[in-house]
Design a protein around this ligand. Structure first.
Ligand code: GRF
Length: 189
């Protein structure tokens, strides 16, 4: 399976997926990493020889054209599954429907709780005892598509946003690979 990954930031989930493809944990290949801005993640991908593309909204006069360029690059690379991994742009209904059931995202909360940005801080502020992460199909509503799997972490007494984020990220890395493995196996049967 050919995977395309969309990022905006550090790219630790992206690197983890690349590693799982390289060591045979996943029967897949990361064909392209796209970032909507020059990002830490894109430089890390370039460093390890993964094809990359920076597609910035400012270079397009509409969201449609920006997204068409993303689709174009994904198609050129024969991508059949798109993974969002810290991609901070909201995708349109049109884009999402073009990639229906082939577009997944990871979110650092137990959805449907704490959608949107700063999910870990939202969890801390609410005083939850358990937090976690979710991998879900992307729908046109934010962080709202069908849930594929979740992973839980315990929130400790003196937890802060940073320590919780760190804890959740460790689970994110495991969860994303687990979900991808299941999706790839389904595809193969
Ligand atoms: C992760 O917490 C992910 O759940 C969220 O953005 C963060 C991306 O981290 N959507 P990284 O760029 O993969 O390190």
């Amino acid at each position: 399976m050919n995977i395309g990954i969309l990022i905006s930031g550090k790219g630790s989930n992206m690197l983890n997926i690349v590693k799982a493809c390289d060591n045979g944990t996943l029967n897949a290949r990361v064909k392209i990493v796209i970032s909507n801005k020059p990002s830490e993640g894109i430089y890390k991908a370039q460093k390890i020889g993964i094809p990359t593309k920076i597609i910035e909204t400012k270079n397009f006069n509409s969201k449609l054209k920006f997204e068409n360029e993303i689709t174009n690059i994904l198609k050129i690379n024969k991508v059949s599954l798109v993974c969002l991994a810290g991609f901070m742009k909201i995708l349109s209904k049109k884009f999402v429907s073009q990639w229906e059931k082939r577009l997944i995202n990871i979110h650092p909360s137990l959805l449907p709780s704490f959608k949107g940005i700063n999910a870990q801080l939202q969890a801390i502020k609410k005083g939850v005892k358990y937090a976690g992460c979710t991998v879900h199909y992307v729908s046109s509503a934010i962080d709202d598509g069908e849930i594929l799997d979740q992973s839980i972490v315990k929130v400790c007494k003196n937890e802060n946003e940073q320590s919780l984020s760190k804890k959740i990220l460790i689970e994110e890395h495991k969860l994303y690979i687990k979900v991808l493995k299941n999706l790839i196996n389904k595809e193969l049967v």
